[in-house]
Design a protein around this ligand. Structure first.
Ligand SMILES: *Cc1c(COP(=O)(O)O)cnc(C)c1O
Length: 503
């Protein structure tokens, strides 16, 4: 390079450095940015307990959404958080509201948000033990803590902190597939047993894991939507007789739809006898193992080969936290341990129980997820979580018994955990039409949010309690809202298509 070229390159580098200097803020700039973020949160978080739980998108706001497009020039932080407040924080469902009783309620512990902030700011490379030994050890510690809470043997089990339950189910299916050494030629003869209310992510996992052609048997449930072991045994027997290869049972520890817990101990003994892999999808219900009553209800879960948990449900974390636990860690390791030449500097752990997160997960680079779980547990103490979970179990029973007193209501069975179903059966009305209208009217009312489902061809309302700031007064408010909206519809039946006027 000539001297002239050299100095013009240096001059250009100086210009580029100063043009990108904003990417490295100093302490004052960091504080100002955080203060701006806090101003948004000071407006948004307190409003969760008073705002409508559901709000449709506002057409005027939608029309102004171009303002979100990245621009070449810098912008003001307050103005930017204002855009997020307007365009992102308002519409749709507020799962963090204490009066959100739909789907599976979310939580969103603020301490986890701060942990995420710190995790991202220190930006440790948590997937690889060599790169961030302390972070990888904390990931391992939190997996071990979860294992202990569900009753898994801490020495042979391991797992992975995932982004959610769907990925955890996928990871379990892949481990189960490899543990049974399933090959392409076997798939059409391989049989999976699921319940009538299995979460769709289990079926999606099969498809993604290359097992779309496997035979899927739906095992009929009892009236609490729990798999009936005798029906499973009979299906397995018939399948073996037909020359098929029974492989996997996907059981529920808290079905999303109905909250039912399958008879896990019985399923575990069938699995052992028949050499089947028992996966327990405890994404919704698993965290109840933290309280004594819940642990009793989930008895047998610890006998499963794999378990899915969702700390962003039952441990109240912000979205983005699931977990898969595998009783025999070697299967998870064997399914995920792959190396590239550029990784030769990494030292492999001798024992899969001490493996790097990247050897137990499809991910390599990943967020440092353990911190969002660890910080609130340490700050508030585990006892606070145990109490909150027992409170949710009892709140659901309380809601069930209070709703049972309403006029023309037909209750599903009392909740196994914290979800139950019900519907209205006003005399002379078609319950399908009436309950669909009720769901709509309740959403429009906005005081609470319930979602609905279809069980054996029936339109049913679901009531799910899991938000950490839902308490007795919120359930009372829900019972009042349900009662008032239903009464309104009883008296104005003529306004519902297909419902005759009351006599
Ligand atoms: C929520 C849920 C899932 C899916 O978990 P995501 O975190 O939403 O991916 C799977 N199974 C059950 C039983 C669930 O409740």
């Amino acid at each position: 390079m000539s001297e002239k070229e050299d100095s013009s390159l240096a001059a250009r580098l100086d210009v580029l450095q100063s043009q990108s200097a904003a990417l490295s803020p100093g302490p004052e700039q960091r504080k100002a940015l955080l203060a701006s973020a806090e101003r948004l949160l000071d407006r948004f978080l307190p409003s969760l307990s008073t705002r409508a739980v559901y709000r449709p998108s506002d057409p005027e706001t939608l029309a102004a959404e171009e303002a979100l497009e990245p621009t070449e020039s810098p912008a003001d932080a307050d103005e930017m958080f204002g855009l997020i407040e307007r365009h992102v924080a308002q519409d749709g469902l507020h799962e963090g509201s204490p009066r959100f009783f739909g789907f599976i309620p979310g939580g969103g512990l603020y301490a986890s948000a701060v942990a995420d902030y710190v995790a991202a700011a220190i930006n440790r490379y948590a997937g690889v033990g060599f790169a961030a030994p302390g972070a990888a050890r904390l990931e391992r510690r939190m997996v071990r803590w979860l294992s202990r809470e569900v009753g898994y043997p801490a020495d042979t089990s391991n797992g992975d902190l995932t982004s959610g339950g769907s990925i955890a189910n996928l990871s379990a299916v892949v481990a189960a597939r490899d543990a049974h050494n399933l090959r392409g030629n076997d798939i059409e003869r391989t049989v999976v047993y699921v319940s009538e209310v299995t979460h769709h992510s289990c079926l999606k996992a099969l498809a993604i894991a290359g097992l779309r052609e496997a035979v899927v048997r739906q095992v009929a449930c009892d009236d609490g939507w729990r798999m009936v072991p005798a029906n499973l045994v009979e299906l397995v027997r018939a399948d073996r007789e037909a020359g098929l290869q029974p492989w996997l049972i996907a059981a529920n520890a808290g079905a999303t739809d109905t909250g039912g817990v399958d008879p896990l101990a019985e399923l575990a003994s069938i699995a052992r006898r028949e050499n089947l892999w028992l996966h327990v999808d405890a994404a919704y219900g698993g965290a109840f193992a933290l309280c004594e009553e819940g642990r009793r209800l989930l008895e047998g879960m610890q006998l499963a080969d794999s378990i899915t948990l969702d700390p962003h449900k039952g441990l109240f974390l912000p979205f983005g936290s699931g977990a898969v636990l595998i009783r025999d860690a070697r299967h998870l390791y064997a399914a995920n341990h792959v190396r590239g030449a550029y990784m030769q500097d990494l030292k492999d752990a001798a024992d899969p129980a001490d493996a790097s997160p990247c050897d137990l997960s499809p991910e390599l680079t990943r967020p440092f997820r353990a911190l969002r779980l660890w910080l609130p547990l340490r700050l508030f103490g585990v006892a606070a979580f145990r109490a909150a979970l027992e409170e949710k179990l009892l709140l659901a029973r309380y809601a069930h018994s209070r709703l049972a007193e309403l006029e023309s209501i037909e209750m599903g069975p009392p909740p196994d955990l914290s979800i139950f179903v019900f519907r209205f059966v006003p005399p002379g009305a078609d319950p399908e039409i009436f309950n669909a209208a009720f769901a709509e009217a309740l959403r429009a009312d906005g005081r609470i949010f319930l979602s609905s489902t279809n069980l054996a061809g029936r339109f049913m309302m679901r009531f799910a309690v899991l938000n950490y700031h839902s308490h007795r007064a919120d359930v009372d408010a829900a019972v009042s809202a349900i009662s008032e909206v239903a009464s309104g519809l009883f008296t104005h039946r003529n306004q519902i298509d297909g419902c005759p006027e009351q006599e």
